[in-house]
Design a protein around this ligand. Structure first.
Ligand code: ADP
Length: 453
């Protein structure tokens, strides 16, 4: 038996291939298949090559390094050579605007700063000898804490150049640290995250906040002492926490002092206003577990947690939901970071509960009260010290304040119920910047409105 095809079928086959239409079709089909195979093959090979030859680093918006990397990318840098400079110039930029009001409670114009950042999409930058592809992407999903869309920056370079990332991150970090040198970063809670409130502020010198005699020194001494005692706390298994309660009327310098202290210690400030709309026990507890490193926690309006709902309505508090037990839990909670320096401030000490005064919650309580003669003297010297060298102007100013009964008594020793604040004195001096006589003449304006008539 033979397996060879019958002459008739060979004939038919040959006839088929002799047909130019059929042969052309087969040719095209095999070319198409070959191209598809080659394309698939090249994707696989490219994918493999990409995995073997390239290295990726992904940084998400939640990572503290994210803004540093964007700032680093927007730095102008020298790119040697015509082609490299054409290749690595970032053409697609986006603008980030930071605004901040002129200061706590101050109205007036708003400061705005604009930063150019690489826009979304791909860019190429050159760092040392390495070319780095940068891909900034916005995702469709949103961060549940802030409601903002997820964002990432992906950096890709050759495997052989993978070590440049370490240098790049170091440089970006140094750049960020330099931008904050001599500045104090103030964080506030945004949703469930801490984010910088406006630009970092120029460090406020401690000397510019004038509290009554010895108060500033006692707090600064205590905080500095606490900072040297970490081991002492660890050895005894005590959470390494210290709390201060500053109470007194508005405008006495509580917030200014905490900001200046942060500057002195090279700390940032993480600020929460307990009477703020939408602040709840859970949110507070969560935020305290996530405090930014090396920051002083500032809990403003601590009394808000003690005000019952009815009082809240009559006092104009709206929607503040932090309760007393919520505040205590947040301060004591196991999850509340082990290390913490907290400042609580209030204008209404009488509303607080003594349970707050406990080691780790509040270790020191200090009154930052109405301006005293000591403070008025020091403030005068800071403003007019250089033009009032014989102190005669200062003597007249203090005498005038005593005549007006602004230190709680009149010149003749009779009691007065008038007081003024350091903020008001500062305002008077600012108004009469180069005119000390003007400040003396206008001293009557220091009488609080409630005492007029
Ligand atoms: P508080 O937090 O007690 O309400 P702030 O610190 O917000 O007061 O002060 C309001 C303004 O008054 C700031 O501009 C600050 O510079 C000024 N000020 C208040 N108290 C003092 C003080 N003791 N020394 C210097 N400036 C002060």
């Amino acid at each position: 038996m033979s397996t060879s095809p019958s002459p008739a079928s060979v004939l038919n086959f040959n006839a088929l291939f002799d047909n130019p239409l059929f042969a052309g079709g087969i040719g095209l089909a095999s070319l198409g298949a070959a191209a598809a195979f080659a394309r698939k093959g090249s994707i696989v090979v490219l994918g493999a090559a990409r995995r073997r030859l390239l290295v990726n680093v992904e940084i998400s918006k939640q990572d503290p390094a994210y803004p540093w990397i964007l700032a680093w990318l927007s730095q102008p840098r020298e790119t040697p050579g015509f082609i490299a400079s054409r290749l690595t110039r970032i053409h697609n930029l986006s603008v980030a605007t930071a605004t901040a009001s002129r200061g706590p409670g101050a109205g007036g114009p708003i400061n705005a700063h604009f930063f150019l950042q690489p826009g979304y999409g791909r860019h190429i930058v050159k760092f040392g000898k390495a070319f780095i592809s940068v891909n900034r992407e916005k995702h469709n999903t949103a961060n549940m804490n802030t409601g903002e869309p997820h964002e990432i920056v992906q950096l890709t370079t050759l495997w052989a150049h993978r070590h440049v990332f370490e240098d790049l991150f170091r440089e970006a970090h140094q750049l960020a640290a330099k931008a904050n040198e001599g500045k104090t970063v103030v964080y506030s809670a945004r949703g469930l995250e801490w984010s910088p409130l406006g630009d970092p502020r120029k460090k406020r010198p401690l000397g510019s906040v004038i509290l009554d005699e010895g108060i500033k020194e006692s707090i600064v001494g205590d905080v500095k002492d606490f900072l040297t005692r970490q081991q002492w706390y660890v050895d005894r298994g005590i959470p390494y926490r210290r709390g201060y309660l500053l109470f007194g009327p508005p405008g006495s310098g509580k917030s200014s002092f905490i900001q200046a202290l942060a500057g002195e210690l090279d700390f940032s400030v993480a600020m929460i206003n307990l009477s703020e709309m939408g602040m709840t026990d859970d949110k507070l507890a969560y935020l305290l577990t996530k405090l930014p490193k090396r920051s002083l926690l500032l809990l403003e309006d601590a009394d808000a947690a003690f005000v019952n709902r009815r009082q809240r309505d009559t006092d104009g508090y709206s929607g503040a939901n932090v309760t007393f037990s919520g505040l205590l839990n947040a301060l004591d909670g196991v999850a509340a970071g082990e290390e913490r320096i907290a400042f609580l401030t209030t204008n209404h000490i009488e509303r607080l509960d003594p349970a707050l005064i406990r080691p780790g919650r509040v270790d020191m309580m200090l009154k930052i009260g109405e301006a005293t003669k000591y403070q008025a003297t020091q403030m005068w010297d800071r403003f007019y010290g250089d033009v009032d060298q014989d102190h005669s102007g200062r003597a007249r100013f203090l005498e005038r304040l005593e005549e007006l009964g602004l230190f709680g008594k009149y010149k003749d020793g009779q009691a007065s119920n008038r007081h003024t604040s350091a903020a008001a004195i500062q305002g008077l001096f600012l108004f009469n910047k180069n005119d000390m006589q003007g400040a003396i003449n206008m001293a009557e304006g220091l009488i609080p409105r409630t005492f007029e008539a």
